[in-house]
Design a protein around this ligand. Sequence first.
Ligand SMILES: NC(=O)c1ccc[n+]([C@@H]2O[C@H](COP(=O)([O-])OP(=O)(O)OC[C@H]3O[C@@H](n4cnc5c(N)ncnc54)[C@H](O)[C@@H]3O)[C@@H](O)[C@H]2O)c1
Length: 256
Amino acid sequence: MNLLERFGIKNRVAIVTGGGRGIGKGIASIFAEAGAKVLISDKMAETVQATAQELCDQGGNVLATVTDVRDSGQVAEMVKTAIEAFGRIDVLVNNAAGNFKTSFLDLSENGWDAVVRATLKSVFLCSSAAAKIMVGQKSGNIINVSSMDAFRGSISTAAYGASKAGVVSLTKTLALELAPYHIRVNGIAPGHIDTPGTSQWRLPEVVEQLRGSIPLGRLGQPEDIATVALFLASDASSYMTGETILVDGGVLLSRP
Ligand SMILES: NC(=O)c1ccc[n+]([C@@H]2O[C@H](COP(=O)([O-])OP(=O)(O)OC[C@H]3O[C@@H](n4cnc5c(N)ncnc54)[C@H](O)[C@@H]3O)[C@@H](O)[C@H]2O)c1
């Protein structure tokens, strides 16, 4: 394998959760461009189907499935769909998550449970279902999308930050337990990324304020995360497992 081939994922089979838009779409898109067979899953039916169609029109080998990653039955169906369509699962990207902002003092038990279920338990459910296939294959690769909020306090996101820190911890433990089966598990912790989910940042004054807090001077784009996901999915990272890579334009460097 030559040097550039080590950065490739041609013909590998990947599932990307929450792949209908935003960072997940960026990852699905770069994987498809790199020649992978991609199953995009998302709870929003129209969005995921439109995204799969768009990537197929660009020459990708991409399928869509409607899956809510909070539901173990739907997750089992997602894995079954990947196997029926492509015969194996080489890469699982746990990207889907859920959050809403409220102060800690106003955060209800139901609110806490909802965020932990969407952001942390979903990673357990998808990883568990896919890992059972990967163990049989004796190979696999799981990539968990965490957040820089895993590594800092952030106002009004107590359940989200704790869940994303949980994802970092889960990444390490899964990496240890799955290493004997040649399954690598790594994570990416994005900073401020411009996606439909963060569209409130499009207000010029908010963008300006955020830019001021980012040493590299701009919001990230989904592609900035997708290129790191491609590296983690490829053999170029074959000696890495249990690591979560911070991709935040230097935000955490600048904290006092
Ligand atoms: N955008 C950022 O600044 C940022 C920063 C740090 C971490 N992240 C993380 O990156 C990931 C993607 O974020 P984004 O900004 O692209 O979000 P987004 O809202 O733009 O897109 C998320 C996608 O996930 C889907 N989704 C949400 N809950 C789901 C569920 N239960 N089942 C299936 N699909 C579901 C949505 O339908 C949507 O298509 C999330 O894990 C998020 O926490 C984002």
